[in-house]
Design a protein around this ligand. Sequence first.
Ligand code: DGL
Length: 268
Amino acid sequence: MDQRPIGVMDSGIGGLSVVRVLRDHLPHEAIVFVGDQGHFPYGLRTQADVCQLALNIGKYLLTHDIKMMIIACNTATAASLPTLQKELPIPVIGVIKPGAEAALAEPHHERVGVIATESTTKAGAYPKTIHELDPNVTVISKAAQPMVAVVQHNEVGTAKAQTVVDQELAIFKEKPVQVLILGCTHFPFLSREITNFLGSNVTLVDPALETVKTAAEMLQTTDSLNNNTTKGTLTLYSTADNAELVQGAEKWLAGDQFTCNHVDIPGD
Ligand code: DGL
């Protein structure tokens, strides 16, 4: 039994797509979440830059005495996972390997699509991880950075959101896939728009579920789950203005209780 919180981070509100699965599956765990709105978007930054930002956030989360860190950001996972695992004295997990595993667990996965930020796509993070697990899969990768801002600025459900999704995913009409990995934690919030465009025959994979399963297994193995019977606290921090994060949490974690505060975390 370990009552310390789980630390979670993202460049913005996308990480809430992982937090919502955590709240469903591990409701007794306390969570401290940092949305690095002050340095958003990560997808247009260099790998070195994102690695430093993630490390600084990891160190900040340690001041909350976290027992584990989840990098709820694909871009930061691609840029920093081994560094954080080496530098921080707690277990750290990312979303990419769980996302790849979830896609390959689908019954038809000969052709897998991946949508992600510019940075994750350029790093080839998903094709590399998928091919390590199964070299025979055809992976079609597409950077879809404009979709990130649509979610971050709380424009999901608008006509603009559908237009941006249609434009960014047009390639999958020419090159059809059976499974599409939502390789940016902002994208699960656009699932409806994505299915509107691609149709329900394309299975969408949100890496959050497999990530949370991995976290739960690790905590269980080390007897570190929180066995409290009350709901865990949810504490959100924004490195910029709180408004976007509060609005995002009210929408995507509807009905959940949370507090939100500003925190300054340096960029270098
Ligand atoms: N949500 C992030 C990800 O999963 C990054 C979005 C961004 O800041 O560009 O990659």
